[in-house]
Design a binder for this molecule. Sequence first.
Ligand SMILES: Cc1cc2nc3c(=O)[nH]c(=O)nc-3n(C[C@H](O)[C@H](O)[C@H](O)COP(=O)(O)O)c2cc1C
Length: 136
Amino acid sequence: MNKEVWLSPMEAVTDLAFRKLCINHGADMTFTEMIRADAIVRGNKVTLSLIDTHIPLKQGIQLLVSKPAVLQKALQKIDFINIIGVDLNFGCPSLDVIGKGKGHALLKRLTRMRDLLFTLKKYSPVPCGIKFRLSV
Ligand SMILES: Cc1cc2nc3c(=O)[nH]c(=O)nc-3n(C[C@H](O)[C@H](O)[C@H](O)COP(=O)(O)O)c2cc1C
């Protein structure tokens, strides 16, 4: 069986240096921390700096989003150089995130989740997926 080791996205942890370290120690795939898609669309400089994919690594970005139109705009704005995957965060349990209908809250918003997935599949130029919790 082909086994792969993937580094989970972790806020304030999985920056470029940490991802490179993990690749050097055998990780097969890594991710940025969750990046807020609406802030990408607004051009927020701090948020854009989280897309720190300056060197070729086995790395994807994780996006936090609840609106398909925002996801579409963010995917069209991101420079996909050195990014080989996109993951949507459907699991973050933070009250701040859930209160905005994002992260884990999407497991109770199935129509919205479906619309996000269709948008992701249509507009992502790279393979994509989701990370979610097993229960609501
Ligand atoms: C400090 C920290 C930050 C995290 N940030 C994210 C995140 O940005 N996106 C995400 O999907 N999960 C995030 N997680 C959850 C992890 O990706 C992972 O799912 C969780 O730690 C469970 O994995 P484990 O059982 O191997 O510890 C975070 C976890 C920690 C500890």
